[in-house]
Write a new protein. Structure first.
Length: 154
C-alpha cells in the first residue's frame, strides 16, 4: 500500500468512516458509531468480547498515532476511533438492553467530555496515539464500573 492509500485508510478509520468530520459533537457521533461494533463483539461471548476489545484498543492507538504523524496534530477532534474503543470498554459485561445502552452511552459521554481526575490527567500528560486513546479507555472504565454497581456485581 502506498503512502496516499495508507493516509486515506487511516483517515477513514481514525474518523470512524467520516463520523469524526461531523460539524458538531463528533465524539458523540463517534460513540454512536460504536454501537454496531459493540453488538458484533457481544455476539462472540464475554471472553472473546474482552479480547477483541483489547485488540481494538491497540489498533486504535496505532491508527491515532499514524493519523497524528500525517497531520501533525495531537488528539484532533475529528479522531473518534478512540470513542469507539472507550464505548467498547464501557459495555464490557453489560447486558445489551435499551436501558443499559442508554445508560452506558450517557455515562461514557459525560466522563469523556468532563474528564474528571484521573481522566483529565491522562488526557493532558500522555502524548501520541496512546494519549489520544487512553483517556477514552479510562472514561469507559469508570462508566463500566458504575454500570457494574448498577447491575449489583460489586
Amino acid at each position: 500500500m502506498d503512502r496516499p492509500q495508507l493516509k486515506t485508510l487511516v483517515e477513514w478509520l481514525a474518523t470512524w468512516f467520516g463520523l469524526g468530520r461531523m460539524p458538531f459533537v463528533p465524539g458523540t457521533f463517534g460513540t454512536l458509531g460504536a454501537f454496531p461494533v459493540v453488538y458484533a463483539f457481544a455476539l462472540l461471548g464475554p471472553l472473546p468480547y474482552m479480547i477483541a476489545t483489547i485488540v481494538f484498543i491497540v489498533f486504535s492507538v496505532l491508527v491515532a498515532h499514524i493519523f497524528e504523524s500525517f497531520h501533525g496534530e495531537h488528539d484532533s477532534s475529528c479522531i473518534v476511533i478512540d470513542e469507539v474503543a472507550g464505548f467498547l470498554v464501557t459495555m464490557t459485561w453489560v447486558p445489551l438492553t435499551p436501558q443499559y445502552w442508554i445508560a452506558g452511552f450517557l455515562l461514557f459521554r459525560i466522563f469523556d467530555m468532563l474528564k474528571p481526575f484521573p481522566i483529565g490527567l491522562l488526557d493532558a500528560k500522555v502524548k501520541g496515539g496512546l494519549g489520544t486513546v487512553i483517556d477514552d479507555v479510562a472514561a469507559g472504565l469508570v462508566a463500566n464500573v458504575i454500570l457494574q454497581f448498577w447491575l449489583g456485581r460489586f
